[in-house]
Design a protein around this ligand. Structure first.
Ligand SMILES: NC(=O)c1ccc[n+]([C@@H]2O[C@H](COP(=O)([O-])OP(=O)(O)OC[C@H]3O[C@@H](n4cnc5c(N)ncnc54)[C@H](O)[C@@H]3O)[C@@H](O)[C@H]2O)c1
Length: 275
């Protein structure tokens, strides 16, 4: 499967930043969208932008162009209800993008500090939960799942160890699903810094450093890399790294990948419980 007009996508954290850009880009190709977020005003604005994108390509679906669902992703029952509502409205789930993410706030070793748990809950546990729920919905017809990783999936972040741990987890979880089958492809997009509201919580001196020393990845490169994964039916379990000033790279390199890609049983990939 690749992206086609008439499909329906479920995108977490689509009220802003990368999630919103992905929602609008998919809408420009005739995809209907569930916009899931905790920020109602921002989510409803994305719905409006999706409607506008459909109007621009003269796409008039029978069901709504987009719906907004207010949901805190680590709340598994609420997330299940959101998937159910998506199915009720659109009758199909072709694309699921686990995108809602948060940054690392304070030192995890501070006395009584457990805010790091929230980072793992949102950035890793909810991604696994979202993937699991999407697979349930897609297992008959196949589908595309995209998990937002980060350059922090591969490169340590001294000021954000929990964020890096969560994104490393997303990358390895995704890579381990390369042989999932059922016509479902799971991939991960791993950009360097992108100028979005996520960075508003980062100390100013760090944001200045990102801008001046590292640069930001432009949103059009994010979209290009996303569609290179969604539209290429050979991409399964791939993590695509999107640096600021160099071409995208697949991680790890092909040689390492082929060495560790899979344990074989009777000549094919052994995926344990999936067999
Ligand atoms: N901005 C970057 O530099 C960058 C780089 C690499 C990867 N990423 C990843 O991309 C994804 C999107 O980041 P962004 O930069 O667009 O961030 P953003 O803050 O601009 O947008 C994230 C959205 O997720 C929503 N959200 C946060 N917690 C939620 C929750 N518990 N339940 C539902 N919605 C929630 C927010 O309300 C927001 O609308 C994240 O997973 C992030 O880690 C970002």
């Amino acid at each position: 499967m690749k992206v086609e007009r008439g499909q329906a996508a479920f995108i977490t954290g689509a009220g802003g930043g990368i999630g919103r850009a992905l929602a609008v880009a998919l809408a420009s190709r005739g995809v209907q969208i569930t916009v899931l977020d905790m920020m109602t005003t921002k989510g409803e604005e994305t719905v409006r932008l999706v409607e506008e994108a459909h109007a621009k390509i003269s796409y008039r679906p029978n069901s709504p162009s987009a719906i907004f669902i207010d949901c805190d992703v680590p709340k598994t029952d609420d997330l299940a209800a959101a998937f159910a509502r998506h199915q009720n409205v659109f009758g199909r789930l072709d694309i699921c993008i686990n995108n809602a993410g948060v940054g690392d706030g304070e030192p995890f070793y501070g006395a009584g500090v457990d805010s790091w748990r929230k980072v793992i809950e949102v950035n890793l546990i909810a991604f696994i939960d979202g993937t699991s729920k999407a697979i349930q919905e897609m297992k008959e017809r196949g589908g595309l799942i995209l998990n937002l990783g980060s350059a922090a999936s591969f490169i340590p972040v001294p000021f954000g160890p929990i964020y890096s741990a969560s994104k490393g987890g997303v990358a390895m979880f995704t890579r381990s699903l390369a042989h999932l089958g059922m016509g479902i492809r799971v991939n991960s997009l791993c950009p360097e810094y992108v100028e979005t509201p996520l960075l508003e919580d980062v100390p100013v001196f760090l944001r200045d450093y990102f801008r001046d020393q590292m640069g930001f990845v432009k949103m059009e490169r994010i979209l290009e890399a996303t569609f290179s994964l969604l539209d290429d039916e050979s991409k399964k379990g791939e993590c695509i790294w999107v640096p600021v000033n160099r071409p995208t790279q697949t991680w790890p390199d092909d040689e390492t990948n082929s060495k560790y890609q899979a344990f074989k049983k009777n000549g094919s990939a052994f995926t344990g419980v999936f067999n």
